[in-house]
Design a protein around this ligand. Structure first.
Ligand SMILES: *[C@@H]1O[C@H](CO)[C@@H](O)[C@H](O)[C@H]1NC(C)=O
Ligand SMILES: *[C@@H]1O[C@H](CO)[C@@H](O)[C@H](O)[C@H]1NC(C)=O
Ligand SMILES: *[C@@H]1O[C@H](CO)[C@@H](O)[C@H](O)[C@H]1NC(C)=O
Length: 266
């Protein structure tokens, strides 16, 4: 299983070695790059106006994210871990990550204070922008959920992730409709891995479809609200569910951060 982001190379060039990184790479669940949805379809223009691309250098897609309001973006923790704000450029208002509708810059990065504790848990982060986002037809916030996801809910994933494991991100935003996999079922499929917990939800459609490298941090939306943030999976679309941050579970943490509280809620 792997995290699904793209810029490990850039991180290696810019950051001192992280003593934990090698453990992660050789562990049963390793961290890989992020990319395009496998088995998805091209999204219509304006299909997911909440979708953003996080770019360490403008012109290189690393991760997805979603707009919560004028000032705040939500993404996965592993997408911004060890990043300085100057390396988190937020591209909005476009189906083509290389053709920004607008570029916003990051004032501060707010990792969940229990990120990766235990391993692979609490993989969620908020990014505060230096300037308010201007909303328009192609740029809109996504609502937070008012109830947990249920079996039978239709969930839509969007992203620029690779079509094949370790592939590069695709030019046009892709979409894929997924179903919710109940926790116990997913937990059993992953042989009761300690990398899964109440802060996760699982999604699945069929073999040949799923999130892939470059989709990390991106949105899973059901009935107009953000229910998940892409976390990890067995790349890509090889018949296992994908594991996502459970946004409903993190509502208190999200609201408290956005209102300026520095306490650790989880
Ligand atoms: C930015 O948006 C926030 C709401 O998220 C609002 O309170 C604030 O007044 C806005 N700032 C400017 C400069 O428009
Ligand atoms: C769970 O264990 C079974 C039997 O060892 C194995 O075939 C399967 O691939 C494992 N599942 C995962 C997700 O690793
Ligand atoms: C979808 O959201 C609307 C409000 O936006 C709500 O009235 C409706 O009950 C929701 N449908 C489901 C299936 O949750």
């Amino acid at each position: 299983m792997q995290l699904l982001y793209l810029s490990s190379l850039i991180l290696l060039l810019l950051q001192p070695p992280n003593p934990c990184e090698s453990k992660r790479l050789v562990g049963p669940i390793s961290r890989g790059p992020s990319g395009r949805i496998k088995g998805g379809q091209e999204a219509e223009i304006g299909f997911a106006p909440y979708q953003v691309s996080l770019q360490p250098i403008v012109g290189s897609h690393n991760c997805g994210g979603a707009i919560l309001n004028e000032q705040w973006i939500i993404t996965a923790g592993h997408c911004v871990e060890n990043y300085i704000p100057a390396l988190v450029n937020v591209i909005t208002g476009t189906n083509k990550w290389a053709e920004p509708g607008a570029v916003y810059y990051t004032e501060s990065i707010h990792m969940h204070c229990m990120y990766d504790q235990p391993y692979m848990h609490n993989d969620i982060a908020l990014v505060k922008l230096t300037q308010n986002i201007t909303f328009n037809e192609l740029t809109q916030p996504i609502a937070l959920p008012t109830r947990p996801v249920h079996s039978g809910d239709e969930i839509v994933l969007t992203g620029w992730g690779a079509e094949e494991a370790y592939g590069s991100s695709v030019e046009n935003l892709q979409k894929l409709t997924l179903g919710f996999v109940p926790f116990e079922e997913c937990y059993d499929i992953f042989n009761q891995t300690s990398s899964m917990g109440v802060g996760h939800i699982c999604t699945f459609s069929r073999e040949g479809e799923g999130s892939c490298h470059g989709d990390s941090g991106g949105p899973l939306v059901s009935n107009g609200s953000l229910v998940g943030v892409v976390n990890w999976g067995r790349p890509c679309g090889v018949g296992f569910p994908d594991v996502q941050a459970n946004v409903y579970y993190y509502l208190d943490w999200i609201r408290s951060k956005i209102s300026g509280n520095s306490l650790c809620y989880y």
